[in-house]
Design a protein around this ligand. Sequence first.
Ligand code: ATP
Ligand code: MG
Length: 357
Amino acid sequence: MKTYAIATIPGDGIGKEVVPAGQQVLEALAASGSGFRFEFENFGWGGDWYREHGEMMPANGLDALRNKDAILFGSAGDPDIPDHITLWGLRLKICQGFDQYANVRPTRILPGIDGPLKRCGPKDLDWVIVRENSEGEYSGVGGRVHQGHPIEAATDVSMMTRAGVERIMRYAFRLARSRPRKLLTVITKSNAQRHAMVMWDEIAVQISQEFPDVTWGKELVDAATARMVNKPGTLDTIVATNLHADILSDLAAALAGSLGIAPTGNIDPERRYPSMFEPIHGSAFDIMGKGLANPVGTFWSVVMLLEHLGEFDAAKRVMAAIERVTANPALHTGDLGGSATTADVTAAVCGLIAEGA
Ligand code: ATP
Ligand code: MG
């Protein structure tokens, strides 16, 4: 039987609750005669590891992950450790180490969930945001001089390479082509940023010529936020820089009803390395350890993981189970206004999968 090697990295906070829940869903799927099985290896990296070892993950940690088929990640973030350490020391180390340059974020309003848009009318949205995940504003280029002096100065340079922009544009056009509407919006800010963003626009025009069947247009990032709220149906696939997509995808998640349901994949489209799937929410220490975390974002990430493995039927089964569960308000967690627990939602999804849903 086909066996997939999966690394699980729960990380911090509610990551420790939702990742085991995601693993349960995969185990339920394997047990339901899907024709494949999983071999899990768990890595206890994150804030606790940092307190013990002075780093978020071991220096040779990437080697332990290299031969996995995929990684299921929770979140990295700890109230006692500065955010730039938790972020760069674990999640970004993996994203950059494995050149997971496409960060893919689907957003839909799932059945039974009343997002803010739905509350003011029958507005639907169905988007995939493609985030450039390897350079741009988060390239780490920059520096700080004369600290503590009146002439102190600091820079964060948004570095974009032609190769980096070409590959994310091509990925986004290809993804847009694979979706029914074949519609791509390229987010930009080239009116104010006159170097890298202008190159970004030029490369969009260049790559579009390889995809004559994709309808595409440019939109300034500020205007895009208004469009997402006022005319969500005019968007489908969206490609944006690291920072722009970071912001737009939190907005997207909020418009879909909750941060707790949104998934993401950090993907190496060339499949040289394992790709990593995770809910977009953070460690949420305010609700940690209480069984209140919504595991749906992790379950949807599991769907993306299965699609990445090429297990499309299994992915559809898990998504169908998720949608049947969200449709039932008795199975909504606190973030959706309900009182169900992580365990209730997990048991319901696993139960449907076991029944052959
Ligand atoms: P980090 O610093 O790691 O980003 P955070 O504390 O900022 O973590 P976020 O995950 O960004 O937490 O979420 C903000 C708030 O949204 C949380 O404090 C929590 O109340 C709520 N929230 C986030 N994810 C979930 C979830 N899966 N289920 C329920 N509530 C959630
Ligand atoms: Mg946060």
